[in-house]
Design a protein around this ligand. Structure first.
Ligand SMILES: O=C(O)CCC(=O)C(=O)O
Ligand SMILES: [Fe+2]
Length: 336
């Protein structure tokens, strides 16, 4: 079974039936609120950064960072190369197509086309990015600068991700190296999803991505500040994210929720689509090493707050995650 890519250049006038959500599962866009997502200046004092990250992780489960060390030019180039890729002729793109979620480089559509009943208005290119030398040769060779541009960004984003994990470790009251050690340091994986959401004829009836939490540790999102679409759940309400230009948005994933024994929770988020403009987002997923053993940190458990989750390897978690449909129950609930 093969899904149909949406990025064909053909403009749809009606939403095909298999993208239409039942009434009760639609995005209800009129109920979405706007509220600024915390913006943290990584050029500030360490104490202040630690305090702000702790506060944001508890209340919002996500935050934006500026002065993060990645040049605006690098970010712009990644978005542009992504746009060029999705504008390639369909025959060229189909060389990279696969429905197999465990493949290390693939172009696909929707989310988990083999499992889901209703599709999502998204195409995506998924890449494994670390260790780079192991994967980069298999990445798309068109556009010709794709490998160069995306590799540069991946390396820089990894540095940022690992630095943030150090700060988060401390903000949880653990040693700075605690998370890095548990996740097995340099063996930690890194994946990327380059998401392409074409204009959608009936954005009220479907999603780019339905509500989900990310299965990994930390996600760093490069968002288009001119075409919004990311929404995050806070206190039962969906908030439309209005990204600060040049900022990157950082989300807590399931592994941080497990590791912190629920002190920090993974972010429920979704992508909505619009009828006028294509939208691109680039998600970098920092993941534990496959054989890393994840369990609530001892220091964060006590008689009053016993471990909520059993221990598991990331490999086990990741397989379980992809054996489901994206909008089923939270995968972490299966590891209690
Ligand atoms: O497109 C977005 O804003 C969100 C993407 C996302 O959540 C994902 O790729 O997991
Ligand atoms: Fe996500």
């Amino acid at each position: 079974m093969s899904g149909t890519l949406l990025s064909t250049g053909v403009r749809y006038h009606n939403l095909p039936q298999n993208y239409i959500r039942p009434q009760s599962q639609r995005p209800q866009l009129s109920q979405v609120v706007s509220q600024p997502v915390p913006l943290i200046d990584l050029g500030g004092s360490e104490d202040e950064i630690l305090r702000q990250i702790d506060e944001a992780c508890r209340s919002f489960r996500c935050f934006q960072v500026i002065n993060h060390g990645i040049l605006p030019e690098t970010m712009r180039k990644v978005t542009e190369i992504a746009r060029e890729f999705f504008h390639l002729p369909i025959e060229e793109k189909m060389k990279y197509y696969s429905d197999d979620p465990l493949k290390k480089m693939r172009l696909s559509t929707s989310s988990n086309i083999r499992k889901e009943k209703v599709h999502n208005w998204r195409d995506y290119l998924r890449l494994h990015c670390h260790p780079l030398e192991e994967f980069v040769n298999d990445w798309p060779s068109t556009p010709s600068s794709f490998k160069d541009v995306v590799s540069t960004y991946c390396k820089e984003v990894r540095e940022l991700g690992l630095k943030l994990l150090g700060v988060i470790s401390e903000s949880l009251g653990l040693e700075r190296e605690y998370i890095e050690k548990v996740l097995l340091g340099d063996e930690q994986g890194q994946h990327m999803a380059i998401n392409y959401y074409p204009p959608c004829p009936e954005p009220d009836l479907t999603y780019g991505l339905p509500a989900h939490t990310d299965p990994n540790t930390l996600t760093i999102l490069l968002l288009d500040h001119q075409v919004p679409g990311l929404q995050v759940l806070k206190d039962g309400k969906w908030i439309a994210v209005d990204p600060h230009p040049n900022a990157l948005t950082v989300n807590i994933g399931d592994q941080l929720q497990a590791l912190s024994n629920g002190k920090y929770k993974s972010l429920w988020h979704r992508a909505i689509v619009n009828s006028n403009e294509e939208r691109i987002s680039v998600a970098s997923f920092i993941c534990p090493a496959n054989d890393a053993v994840i369990a609530p940190a001892k220091k964060l458990t006590s008689e009053e707050t016993p471990a909520i989750y059993r221990s598991f390897t990331y490999d086990e978690y990741y397989r379980r995650f992809w054996s489901r449909n994206l909008d089923e129950e939270n995968c972490l609930d299966l590891f209690k």
